[in-house]
Design a binder for this molecule. Structure first.
Ligand code: ADP
Length: 330
């Protein structure tokens, strides 16, 4: 990076994903593709492709998979100069099967990973240097009590330093108990400015309610903007002043829904970060609608390819698609 200004810092665990090449049960699959995975690094790549300067921070093993995480992110223009390496614990891996229908099942091998050893005393102020915004998810706090404390500390530090903060609960039921998840995720909401739950996550956190009641309840906890993902129905945004619905962007060929939420976050943040002034004075309806439409577009695109981030668009591609033009490919 040429100057020290960074639009977004994100902290999280990045792993290596082995995805079965053929459709069918994982145990019979002889071939796997290998790639980078991790909710926060997905968002980092998404934002970088949309022209934002992004710094990813996380802990990796001193192993070839840790090297692969760094080279992939650096290749996408993401600043990885603050990443930490653990000489003893490994970079995590996980496996994903490729089903004929429905969401693919994932199997994590991340217990005891370098990232899961993150602790509050490792949080370093320099991670936030020159940055305007911090993005975190509920996955890191799910890795252990010390990782939860570390995320809380970083969110508090970011607020103290005047950064805006976004938080995607990214509920991972496989990683912690329902009680722990609910209590911890709810306790982190007051530390963010932009909260982006899915409708099912909202129900998990607050119990069954009308969609609009979720929006009001989350706003009352502190965030200035609540952007709720509604899957194939698109999304709905809430501020104290307004409620805005955004239609979904059509999906021509649904391939893999994993990563849609991260893509949504990249799209949403890419617009909201250009409206930082408005965020502090009160985000207008038009800006919120534009952010949700961009988020829906990215979410829809993410469902149409196999990897979590590989097919995410550049800003030029987004403008072409939103302008209704056909891309000239040859
Ligand atoms: P998550 O990955 O967090 O479960 P969702 O499945 O709600 O997130 O998807 C995130 C966003 O991606 C949705 O709000 C929507 O904008 C877009 N999206 C997901 N699935 C579809 C779909 N089938 N058709 C159109 N858009 C979709």
């Amino acid at each position: 990076m040429q100057d020290n200004k960074v639009d977004v810092v994100t902290l999280g665990e990045s792993m290596i994903l082995f995805q079965s090449y053929n459709q069918g049960a994982l145990q019979y699959e002889p071939l796997f593709t290998k790639s980078l995975a991790g909710a926060e690094s997905n968002v980092a790549i998404g934002l970088s492709r949309l022209g934002k300067k992004v710094r990813w921070v996380g802990r990796l093993g001193s192993d070839p998979f840790g090297d692969l995480v760094l080279t992939t992110l650096a290749g996408e223009g993401v600043d990885v100069s603050h990443a930490l390496r653990d000489p003893e614990a490994p970079t995590a891996v996980y496996f994903k099967d490729f089903k004929r229908c429905g969401d693919p099942a994932v199997y994590y091998y991340r217990k005891g990973s370098a990232a899961s050893r993150l602790a509050p005393d490792m949080i370093d102020e320099t991670w936030l240097q020159g940055a305007g915004h911090l993005h975190v998810t509920g996955i890191t706090p799910a890795l252990g009590e010390h990782t939860a404390a570390a995320v809380r500390k970083l969110m508090e530090l970011a607020r103290e330093k005047g950064l805006t903060v976004s938080f995607d609960p990214n509920l991972r039921r496989k990683l912690w108990s329902e009680e722990q998840a609910r209590e911890t995720l709810l306790s982190l909401i007051p530390l963010c400015d932009i909260f982006m739950p899915g409708d099912e996550e909202a129900e998990f956190l607050l119990g069954p309610q009308e969609i609009e009641a979720y929006g009001r309840a989350f706003l009352d906890m502190g965030p200035k903007v609540v952007a709720m993902k509604l899957g194939a129905e698109g999304s709905i945004g809430f501020t104290q002043e307004t409620v805005v619905r955004a239609d979904p962007f059509p999906v021509e060929r649904l391939i893999d829904t994993v990563g849609a939420g991260d893509a949504f976050a990249s799209g949403l943040l890419s617009v909201l970060l250009d409206r930082r002034e408005e965020l502090s004075t009160g985000l207008g309806e038009e800006s919120l609608h534009e952010a949700l439409c961009r988020a829906n577009l990215l979410g829809s695109m993410a469902t149409q390819f196999k990897g979590d981030w590989e097919g995410l668009p550049t800003l030029a591609e987004v403008r072409t698609i939103q302008g209704g033009q056909k891309q000239v490919t040859r």
